[in-house]
Design a protein around this ligand. Sequence first.
Ligand code: ARG
Length: 459
Amino acid sequence: MKMWAGRFKKQIDSGVNDFNSSIAFDKVMYKQDITGSVAHATMLGECGIIDKSEADKIVAALKEILSDIEAGKVEFTADAEDIHMNIETILTERIGDTGKRLHTARSRNDQVALDIRMYLLAETERVKAAVLGLLEAIRDKANENIDTVMAGYTHLQRAQPVTFAHYILAYSEMLRRDYARLCDAADRMNVMPLGSGALASTTYPINRERVAELLGFPAVTRNSIDGVSDRDFVIELASALSILMMHMSRFSEEIILWCSSEFGFIELDDAFSTGSSIMPQKKNPDVAELVRGKTGRVYGSLITLLTLMKGLPLAYNKDMQEDKEAIFDAIDNTVLSVNVFTSMFATMTVRADVMRKSASKGFINATDCADYLVKRGLPFRDAYKAVGTLVARCIELDTTLEELSLDEYRQICPVFDTDVYEAIDLDTCVNGRKVTGGPAKESVLVQIAVLDDFIRTAK
Ligand code: ARG
């Protein structure tokens, strides 16, 4: 028998019963549902809307149900549709008529709005912890690689020398912005909607601020229609997760390139690689590829949510039940991806020698060679042209700027002297870039210290 049986002459069609039911996925919110109901019942008792003794009875029974669920002693049923009605049904089975008083001055519409906010607030913490874990791994690897010179790329062509520490600290900046976005999304989620009722609030003399206080919300929603219609916070979270996964996907792409024989910059730990069923020589970066792949799935959730909401008139519509699987899947896959990526990243071996070799070919010190001439009075454009000619000469002779003879240098531009070799030395090139945010050791040490500070305060 359905809760709304009074108005109906027929039982619900069994196909519709299953179709309509969300218990299979919204049961994960059991704790938030019970916690919300405990606060609601407490407030109803305090305000004299139900008897204080009945409120106490409801609260005690709800707490028992919670521990029974956690002990695996409770079975939910699709007949009760969703987590909210499942728990109310169990409550009523246990304490009879008193249980039926819990839903006074409340609708499932404001109840689900409350539950999902509380659930996503907790889940956002899980994502934040995962991001912090990766930031720590980056800090540690950066510390080990302050002197690891490598080629930096533009257009995937060798461009200018940087260090591996500097390179991966770029990802720490992206992840810090992701972290801030998660905090920001949580702030807007952290508003208490109960009391909005179905859409038009209630005539009972409830105390919404008291419920907010009991649940630890700093504020209550300002408009009852918005209170039950708003899923912006779900979309904002999905958007923050999508941007985070975009960064994870770029990072994964680099890992995949770096562990190829063509680059050979890193080697993944055996525990984080897979073999091929046919090619014995293969060691594949499946973890990074899967993170890259899952990014599409998380974007999919964002698009699902945006599309879900775009045509809905105010206030609640059942379409909104579809928000849960999308956002739950996005969170689970993001947390999974960040955590496994972190372990893979922390255990990989950095091939400093190969990185340095990559930086010594490809003329990535050509800019510094031109700067050498500028420091000796040539206009940059003339210096640029002279070095271009030098590079062409090196290619002709199959050599590098480091190995080209001083004679050759002087034939192209007589300003060159023996100290040019020192000026184009890779370490000189890197450590000369000591501006804020540059790859020089002293600048990178500052970047690491700032990151370390951030991690400490965030924890
Ligand atoms: N299971 C529903 C959801 O997730 C709860 C709200 C149901 N409200 C209603 N009027 N049918 O959205």
